[in-house]
Design a protein around this ligand. Structure first.
Ligand SMILES: NC(=O)c1ccc[n+]([C@@H]2O[C@H](COP(=O)([O-])OP(=O)(O)OC[C@H]3O[C@@H](n4cnc5c(N)ncnc54)[C@H](OP(=O)(O)O)[C@@H]3O)[C@@H](O)[C@H]2O)c1
Length: 414
């Protein structure tokens, strides 16, 4: 990693979709950063993004027709990879090639979850970043969610220090289904809801169980046990709904990926204490919107967070009509009745603190809290859970058989 300190970090975005705009909004709360470039395939999407950067006063942003051109620009220090999962490796290979050939001055990279679709892909992502001498950050926002930052700090300082470490972390993330067709296509996305959303749950749970300041690998994964199911979207009427909404590429009558997953991860700390993660995720949850439920339990204490139990609630009677939107909460399902409202989604979900952390680490040449090593460790757990669900057996770690493992729904013939 190149050790340099910069006054400001100048970022180029790859991707102009849902998460790119979320990151951009959150960066209004981050200092010492400019968004100076954007690349995705569509000129219209790029222009919309440039306009949003201008409106937010986040920098002098240029739109690039090719990734190479953006990487070669003089005013790009770091890349945020925010494009779909199946595009990751090609993007990383291009970054690696440009940096190694001396055509790019980029020195840092941040990549959205999951780091890759398989262990071998994730390992290559890590290798390419390190071989090119890049500082790297894995974008797992839940680790930086404000309730996680505050809750973990209090639990460990007050309760764990006097009565013993926490031993059980529960994490759930559920919503009514993703917004773009590629998420529903197992080969493109890498799986179904398990790979899409359990990446959040296992990592935030691992983070909560890890002592503050300790290395993430201070906890060793001993075994994983997973279950996947199709609860809602394979029902014929719902499969047809998907096809109508997304086109024939999303064929849940014949090629579904799971819309429910459950995982149990057994770990051990440095003193041999047994620890547990219980995670559950689904695309079959119809509540007010996205629900993140987190718990951390120890011998004399319990922490709990539910993203829909908001302080702010707004009631709207049946006389209130208007367009559907996601203006109250992410993956919103209604515009009437008693609705929870997250007044600062970017903050509560963790994007603001995540980006502040990455920007400061990259500016100063420091190693972020979440790196591609963590992204790889998460993918190893996910593949273990998929394999366990396929075989019906618990997978014990280390598990070299996961190196080339591809989840059933991500196999080309699936
Ligand atoms: N942290 C979270 O909670 C969270 C939430 C949502 C998504 N994500 C992650 O963020 C990533 C993007 O998800 P999203 O929801 O933003 O998806 P999305 O809305 O489909 O946006 C994807 C973007 O990538 C661009 N794109 C597609 N192919 C590309 C390529 N080959 N090269 C460059 N750009 C390309 C698309 O624009 P063009 O059509 O113009 O190319 C589009 O702007 C995924 O990895 C997802 O898992 C994370």
């Amino acid at each position: 990693m190149t050790k340099q300190t910069r006054q400001r970090l100048r970022i180029g975005f790859v991707g102009t979709g849902f998460i790119a705009h979320f990151h951009l909004k959150s960066m209004v709360g981050v200092r010492n950063v400019d968004v100076t470039g954007v690349y995705s395939r569509s000129a219209d999407n790029r222009q919309r993004f440039v306009d949003a950067v201008t409106e937010l006063g986040m920098g002098d942003c240029r739109s690039y027709e090719t990734l190479e051109a953006m990487l070669q620009a003089d005013d790009i220090d770091a890349i945020w990879v925010l494009s779909p999962n199946h595009t990751r490796l090609d993007i990383m290979r291009t970054i690696h090639a440009e940096v190694k050939a001396g055509r790019s001055k980029v020195f840092a990279i941040a990549c959205e979850k999951p780091l890759a679709r398989t262990v071998s892909e994730a390992r290559e992502m890590l290798h390419l970043a390190e071989d090119a001498g890049l500082n790297h950050g894995y974008l797992e926002n839940q680790v930086f969610a404000t309730p996680v930052l505050r809750g973990k700090e209090i639990v460990w300082r007050r309760a764990a220090s006097t009565t013993g470490r926490p031993y059980l972390a529960r994490a759930a993330e559920e919503h009514s289904g993703p917004h773009e067709p590629w998420f529903w296509q197992g080969d493109k996305q890498g799986g179904g809801v398990l790979s899409d959303m359990m990446c959040h749950s296992v990592e935030v749970a691992r983070h909560l169980l890890t002592a503050p300041g300790a290395a993430r690998n201070s906890l060793k994964v001993k075994s994983v046990n997973g279950t996947v199911a199709n609860l809602k979207w394979t029902r014929p009427a719902y499969a047809d709904q998907l096809r109508e909404r997304f086109g024939k590429e999303v064929d849940y009558r014949n090629r579904p990926s799971e819309d429910f997953a459950r995982g149990v991860v057994a770990l051990e700390d440095e003193d041999g204490n047994e620890l547990m993660i219980e995670a559950t995720t689904s695309w079959a949850y119809v509540g007010a919107g996205l629900r993140i439920q987190l718990e951390l339990l120890g011998p004399e204490y319990a922490m709990e967070f539910n993203s829909l139990a908001t302080g702010l609630k707004i009631f709207m009677s049946r006389a209130v009509t208007g367009d559907e939107g996601e203006d109250l909460v992410e993956k919103q399902n209604a515009e009437q009745g008693l609705m929870p409202v997250l007044e600062d989604e970017a903050g509560v979900y963790g994007y603001t603190d995540e980006n502040r952390h990455m920007v400061e680490c990259f500016r100063k040449g420091e190693t972020p809290l979440e790196t591609f090593h963590d992204g790889l460790a998460v993918v190893e757990i996910l593949m273990g859970l998929y394999r366990s669900a396929e075989t019906g057996e618990t997978v014990r770690f280390p598990a070299p058989e996961l190196e080339d493992y591809v989840p059933v729904v991500a196999r080309k013939s699936a």
